[in-house]
Design a protein around this ligand. Structure first.
Ligand code: ATR
Length: 484
């Protein structure tokens, strides 16, 4: 069940939010702690107006809520709500209100016994969850906040150990925890929470539309194949939209999830644990990932930048689809002979693909980078010249300038790696960043009359090839011009 957490300041606003999302969700959680005065509301009428299963929650500040008043008042309010036959009432692990428990059970309301930890995944989480589940008929709920890749792995391992507990809700908050929210059915949680983004119920909650329209969380089951993208940051990536839509068009039982990763080793353990079938790789792991894969496709031997990893039996094989993704939009807009001298800004993993792509079509390439040593190393490998990124005057000599750093990517929309550079009219200017669609770098180029190319086409083309590597199927045609 997908549960929308209602966090508005008035019950009218909560009901309006419910109406706007009714089609997408299965149930709601009413957060009494957000309301100005929950005592003034008639619970019976609210229950009637909900018309779908609901949870009553009155969350204290220490547990991540807003309530800071006395326990006596909280107890009075919860008692009032316990008599109206809501489907569930959330009572924290350390809350002992026997009259409320009795009243709830007498009125057909199930108790969700909850535990929250905002600082990490405690080592004794398994025993905590077993304790939560020990009350007769009570549903255990544990919401913890994994702080890194090793803690999200630990959380999945604990979830695996408590398979015997039937009625439970276990979730990881924050970006590291997101996979638990999407895979809630696979891990045996009875529900997953979502909220409207500007009023998030807990860190990392998705909105109902993304839950359904991007991830299709209700369709995910024990057999669903898992794909994803690893990076840091990764939440900005549009790849989940591209891949999940394609799985749906191809009628595949598969899901593609963003994995925030701060340690590749822990991610590979998680990948084996979750039986992940393949994943995309983005900043800053395109080069480092090579140390972890078992096999390399031929293009990786020279490019040494890998954006696609697929599992064949027990072996991980890496590919690069950025090269083709980069070249296609460039060559469909420009004749091969219309540019010779190419400048590449940046010398990281993304730059490697661009540099080798341009070399593969016989172009003369120069690398401009902030750290000159990194530029030198890549230049020597690829057979190019290199310069400091501050050598703006030199850039006038180039027919094509490609921007490969993450500078200018949302939320740094006003940044450019070449502040003060005035592009030449007729210069071809390509930014591989796609959020925003038009970066400051491209806007500056446009003002000077340059020919501009944004990163969205590259994203799509590399993603299409990646889909085919992942699934060994042709990419299903887009039904219409699909936007991200
Ligand atoms: P990716 O896989 O996206 O290429 P990366 O390997 O971490 O990520 O490389 C990031 C690139 O962006 C590098 O060229 C980096 O320059 P340095 O080599 O000097 O670190 C460049 N970069 C990142 N932030 C930058 C900034 N503020 N100004 C200029 N270049 C920047």
């Amino acid at each position: 069940m997908i549960c929308l957490t209602l966090m508005e300041l008035s019950i009218e606003a909560d009901l309006q939010l419910l109406e706007q999302n009714r089609e997408l969700i299965d149930m709601v959680e009413l957060r009494l702690d957000m309301l100005t005065d929950p005592m003034l509301i008639h619970p019976d009428i609210v229950k009637l107006k909900f018309g779908i299963p609901s949870i009553i929650t009155y969350r204290k500040k220490v547990d991540g809520g807003k309530y800071q008043g006395s326990e006596t008042y909280r107890r009075t309010v919860l008692y009032k709500y316990s008599k109206s036959g809501f489907d569930y009432i959330d009572l924290e692990m350390d809350t002992s209100f026997p009259e409320i428990e009795k009243s709830a059970l007498d009125n057909g309301t199930k108790i969700i016994r909850s535990y929250h930890n905002f600082s990490g995944v405690p080592d004794n989480l398994e025993s905590i969850i077993r304790q939560l589940a020990s009350g007769p008929g009570e549903i255990a709920k544990a919401a913890v906040f994994p702080q890194n890749s090793s803690e999200i792995l630990q959380l999945f391992e604990i979830i695996n150990k408590i398979k015997d507990i039937e009625d439970k809700i276990v979730l990881g908050m924050g970006d590291f925890g997101l996979p638990t929210r999407i895979l809630y059915k696979k891990i045996g949680s009875i529900l997953t929470f979502c909220s409207i983004s500007d009023n998030s119920g807990a860190p990392g909650q998705l909105n109902p539309e993304d839950m359904i329209n991007i991830y299709g969380v209700n369709r995910i089951n024990k057999n669903t194949s898992i794909y994803g993208i690893i990076g840091n940051p990764v939440m900005h990536s549009k790849s989940p939209i591209l891949h999940n839509r394609a799985y749906r068009r191809a009628k595949m039982d598969a899901v593609y999830i963003p994995f925030l990763v701060d340690n590749i080793d822990s991610f590979f353990k998680l990948a084996l644990f979750l039986n992940i079938s393949g994943f995309s790789v983005t900043v800053p792991y395109k080069v480092d990932i090579l140390n972890y894969i078992d096999e390399r496709s031929p293009e990786l031997e020279s490019i040494k930048s890998c954006n696609t990893v697929v599992r064949n039996d027990q072996l991980w094989k890496g590919f690069n689809t950025d090269l083709k993704g980069f070249l296609k939009p460039l060559l469909s807009l420009n004749n091969l002979s219309s540019f010779e001298k190419c400048a590449v800004i940046g010398a990281g993993g993304a730059s490697r693909s661009v540099v080798f792509a341009l070399k593969s079509i016989g172009k003369e390439v120069s690398i401009f980078n902030r750290s000159i040593n990194k530029a030198k190393k890549l230049a020597e490998e690829a057979g190019c010249s290199y310069f400091p990124i501050t050598s703006l005057d030199l850039l006038y000599n180039f027919d094509l300038i490609v921007q490969t750093t993450s500078v200018g990517m949302t939320p740094e929309d006003d940044e450019t790696p070449l502040p003060g550079y005035k592009f030449k009219s007729g210069q071809i200017v390509y930014d591989i960043v796609y959020t925003p669609l038009k970066t400051k770098f491209l806007k500056d180029a446009e003002i000077s009359g340059a020919i501009t190319i944004g990163g969205m086409e590259m994203l799509k083309i590399q993603g299409i090839e990646q889909f085919e590597i992942f699934t060994k199927q042709f990419f299903p045609q887009e039904e219409q011009k699909e936007n991200f």
